[in-house]
Design a protein around this ligand. Structure first.
Ligand SMILES: *[C@@H]1O[C@H](CO)[C@@H](O)[C@H](O)[C@H]1NC(C)=O
Ligand SMILES: *[C@@H]1O[C@H](CO)[C@@H](O)[C@H](O)[C@H]1NC(C)=O
Ligand SMILES: *[C@@H]1O[C@H](CO)[C@@H](O)[C@H](O)[C@H]1NC(C)=O
Ligand SMILES: *[C@@H]1O[C@H](CO)[C@@H](O)[C@H](O)[C@H]1NC(C)=O
Ligand SMILES: *[C@@H]1O[C@H](CO)[C@@H](O)[C@H](O)[C@H]1NC(C)=O
Ligand SMILES: *[C@@H]1O[C@H](CO)[C@@H](O)[C@H](O)[C@H]1NC(C)=O
Ligand SMILES: *[C@@H]1O[C@H](CO)[C@@H](O)[C@H](O)[C@H]1NC(C)=O
Ligand SMILES: *[C@@H]1O[C@H](CO)[C@@H](O)[C@H](O)[C@H]1NC(C)=O
Length: 803
């Protein structure tokens, strides 16, 4: 779980020993004080020793947070902290907190007051660090005059209540404890809402989550308070005594677990528990969280959205959001990944007019992305082409979104951007050419650079800062790889030497060893070698997949480089981008961009079937990638090993073919006869076994098999789970097709049955044993797109089958 990982990371920031707890009754006398120093100042513990109040060192030993934390667990999870209206909330080393008659006072080493407990009525007699995690100031007579439970930050604990107009507010980021962009509020009308606020004010945008606890039709049903009762139940208590449970029926024992509810910095309100009695590195477990789909919880006046302006929100598998800038945009503040994105170019009617190029913009197509509330014009009925054209011609238009025969034109700044696979939409995004060319291609003017550096072999790049590297996986035509090393800035970060003229970077073996942490995290294994995950330390680090090649048969460095040049020059949205390589002694490694959503195999053969539209998109993507390799590259590339394990999915589930070019790299003379069979059982074309010439048609065959797998969501060979007649998918599908019982193969998914039948026919055309009968990939793409008609296919294997 990501949460676990985060917390583990987090705990390493704290340097105090786990517990230096001496028996106490929790009472602190007026006049007592604590000083922020590493190590030698014991905090104030609760009698049970579960909670501590004091200074926690954060990050390094020079900054401290005045806070309350769980003292017995190494995570040092903070449940309350002071000074969050200042940025930073941290106090420098040597700061002190005093318990005075007037309350708590946090003072800097220079004697400046940083924070004090709010104005209180009465005179403090003593403080108590309670076993519940509540730090209380008492007047010695009538009771509590100030408590942290009544002045909460981002966390609630069992025993704590929030009255109407009471709030929690998130911290700014994972490590920045100043006030953040999200708040939880029990409104005067009784609704409990989550909303973004417009800092530095607390003006709230429309909620992205709200409970149904207003008076409505039943008098007295409005929420009175948010209660976290001591048994660990969190509910809104209504005026009439009714309860609105936030967690449903789920509950864990309060006796055996620490329980807390926290409004996270990314806007998710969640309840967690942690066993009290544990051994080893146990961490917090999520019990529930709200809302369940934060990126899509958008209403009209939600302000910037979950992410900043122009950014795009995407839900991770753990239900937590991440934010990314579109291409051509970068973070306004690189230290704030959830913040706004700024365009790296200037768009405007005057600028467009002055532009030296006739069409100053490139159009990037993004699927299933929308900014729902930045429209200024809407057209219906319309076509996608007209939508693109209309935005392209319009100097006010930044992006046009097309869906269901409707076209929306949108202007900057875009807000509430999110990924939503249910949309089935296309966004046509305008990015200025002059600027992008400048930034995208490190090689745009190699001659100039060579002259300046007067060096004939090395081109030291001053620095490479990668903005939004992940985002690259996102897109689109052409310049994908060029975009990988994205923005060049003055600050020296790291120099990369020796760039081939195809934008590939040459890494030393040591660099890759460091990047992969000594080749530890294995992503996968294939015929060509093992793939490891790594991070290259440029900017904030780029994730890459490093492939260690088994044995390179191509002899000589020159041939290796020649082949790499071919691979390096391929740029297509359906191909995985090669970033660089290492060719050092025995070591031959390839460095690819890392794609987050794994392989098509994992996607297709999972427990739940992906949607039909998504599957068709993937099939078309693979076909287009292959068409490009076969016909549109400067040198034809035959893949030789097309299979679902070699097709990766990026953040947006766009199919990306990997391992192309390797067959050639690892084998001479592939286009004639051969000795070893390349490829994988179940996917290889029959000509491999028949001493026939190997042509691009071998890929068409493998594509046909993969297409049938995509249609049926099952593996091409499945002996274990199928009876004999169904074990070989290609045979079974053809039999069912011939007998007119395709719905059996399709698992009785009748939606778009005609569509499916057409795809099955295309698949059968591709798996013809006779290579000359198979269509070219161009024809396949045309058939998939419905541009040409699909005829009735013949029996794919007339030689080996009867019938
Ligand atoms: C707690 O202990 C302190 C001394 O450590 C003592 O002065 C104080 O009276 C005690 N308070 C209570 C409530 O027992
Ligand atoms: C902690 O708070 C509870 C509930 O308010 C109270 O019963 C208990 O006495 C307090 N403990 C101490 C040590 O003050
Ligand atoms: C806490 O709330 C739950 C659910 O409403 C209830 O069953 C339980 O008795 C409450 N516990 C206490 C100590 O009030
Ligand atoms: C803590 O766990 C250990 C092992 O599970 C058990 O032996 C021990 O009795 C537990 N202690 C408490 C206080 O529950
Ligand atoms: C606990 O930590 C060790 C070493 O840091 C690690 O190998 C192990 O996977 C961790 N266990 C859990 C459950 O996180
Ligand atoms: C983009 O181009 C405009 C003019 O075409 C220029 O003023 C601006 O500085 C450029 N932006 C960047 C980031 O290079
Ligand atoms: C969008 O329109 C522009 C201008 O006509 C054209 O160059 C571009 O190829 C179009 N893009 C798509 C995806 O239709
Ligand atoms: C498409 O738009 C039409 C016209 O507004 C509407 O009736 C229909 O429900 C929409 N279909 C989808 C799938 O959104």
């Amino acid at each position: 779980m990501t949460i676990t990982v985060r917390l583990l990371l987090f705990s390493s920031l704290f340097l105090l020993p786990v517990s230096v707890f001496a028996q106490t009754n929790g009472s602190i006398a007026v006049g007592a004080s604590l000083t922020a120093t590493a190590g030698n100042s014991s905090p104030w513990f609760s009698p049970s020793g579960d909670f501590a109040f004091g200074f926690l060192p954060l990050g390094n030993n020079d900054l401290f947070l005045l806070s309350i934390w769980y003292a017995k667990i190494p995570d040092r999870t903070i449940v309350w902290y002071a000074n969050r209206d200042n940025k930073p909330a941290l106090a420098p080393k040597g700061s002190t907190v005093n318990l005075a008659n007037s309350g708590l006072e946090l003072t800097s080493p220079q004697g400046e007051e940083l924070w004090k407990s709010e104005t209180i009525v009465g005179v403090v007699a003593n403080g108590v660090m309670n076993n519940t995690g509540n730090f209380v100031l008492q007047d010695g007579k009538s009771g509590n005059i100030w408590e942290t439970f009544n002045n909460p930050t981002d966390t609630m604990l069992p025993g704590q209540k929030i009255e109407r107009s009471g709030k929690l507010s998130s911290r700014y980021s994972e490590t920045d404890y100043s006030k953040g962009r999200f708040q939880l509020l029990l409104q005067e009308d009784g609704k409990l809402v989550l909303s973004t606020i417009n800092l530095p004010t607390e003006f709230a945008n429309e909620p992205y989550y709200a409970t149904d606890t207003t008076s409505g039709t039943v008098a007295g049903s409005e929420g009175k308070e948010l209660v976290f009762n001591v048994s660990g139940y969190l509910y809104v208590l209504r005026d009439n005594g009714g309860k609105y449970n936030l967690a449903g029926e789920e509950v864990v024992s309060e006796r055996d677990n620490y329980i807390r509810a926290t409004l996270n910095f990314d806007g998710i309100f969640a309840q967690y528990y942690h066993p009290k009695n544990f051994t080893g590195n146990v961490s917090w477990t999520l019990l529930w969280s709200e809302p369940d789909d934060i990126c899509r919880r958008i209403t009209e006046d939600s302000g910037f959205g979950i992410c900043g302006y122009n950014s795009i929100c995407k839900l991770n598998a753990d239900n937590r959001p991440t934010c990314q800038c579109p291409r051509g945009f970068s973070l306004l503040d690189p230290k704030e990944p959830f913040g706004s994105c700024k365009p790296d170019f200037i768009q405007g009617c005057e600028e467009d007019e002055l532009s030296t190029t006739k069409d100053p913009y490139d159009v990037i197509v993004m699927t299933n992305i929308d900014w729902p509330i930045s429209d200024y014009a809407e057209f219906r009925p319309f076509t996608a082409e007209k939508c693109n054209e209309s935005c392209f011609q319009d100097c006010l238009c930044a992006v046009a979104v097309f869906r269901n025969e409707t076209c929306w034109k949108k202007k900057l700044p875009l807000s509430n951007g999110r990924v939503d696979v249910s949309l089935n939409s296309k966004a046509f995004f305008k990015v200025r050419k002059d600027n992008t060319t400048l930034q995208f291609s490190p090689m745009s003017n190699p001659d100039d650079k060579k002259k300046k550096k007067s060096s004939n072999t090395l081109i030291p790049v001053e620095s490479v800062i990668l903005a939004t590297s992940i985002f690259v996986s996102f897109m689109l035509s052409g310049a994908v790889c060029l975009g990988f090393f994205f923005v060049f800035r003055k600050k020296q970060v790291r120099s990369i030497k020796n760039i081939l003229d195809s934008n590939l970077y040459s890494f030393s073996y040591r660099e890759l060893q460091e990047a992969t942490n000594g080749f530890t995290e294995e992503l996968g294994r294939g015929a060509f070698g093992v793939v490891y995950k790594g991070t290259i330390q440029i900017g904030s680090g780029i994730q890459v997949a490093v492939k260690k090649l088994n044995c390179v048969i191509q002899d000589g460095e020159k041939e290796f480089k020649t082949e790499l040049r071919v691979i390096g020059k391929t740029h297509h949205k359906n191909l995985v981008c090669l970033v660089g390589y290492c060719d050092e002694g025995q070591h031959r490694l390839l460095v690819y961009e890392f794609l987050s959503n794994g392989t098509l195999a994992g996607f297709l053969f999972a427990d739940t079937k992906p949607s039909w539209t998504q599957r068709i998109e993937i099939a078309c993507g693979v076909a287009k990638g292959l068409l490009y390799l076969h016909e549109e590259c400067s040198t034809q590339v035959i893949h030789c090993d097309i299979k679902p394990q070699n097709i990766l999915l990026d953040d947006y589930y766009t199919a990306r073919i990997s391992d192309f070019g390797l067959a050639k790299l690892l084998m001479l003379n592939q286009s004639h006869t051969h000795t070893a069979i390349r490829g994988t059982k179940g996917y290889v074309a029959p000509e491999w076994f028949r001493n026939m010439p190997i042509t691009a048609k071998v890929d068409v065959y493998s594509f046909g098999v993969v297409l049938l797998e995509i249609i049926c969501c099952r593996r091409s060979v499945d002996v274990e789970n199928s009876c004999e007649e169904r074990a070989i998918l290609t045979d079974w599908v053809y039999d069912c097709y011939r007998e007119g019982i395709l719905d059996v193969v399709l698992d009785y998914e009748v939606e778009a049955l005609d569509d499916r039948k057409k795809l099955v026919m295309i698949g059968i055309w591709c798996i013809q044993e006779d290579p000359s009968l198979r269509p070219t990939m161009r024809k396949v793409v045309q058939m998939l797109e419905g541009v040409v008609e699909v005829h009735v296919p013949p029996c794919p294997s007339p030689y080996t089958r009867t019938g």
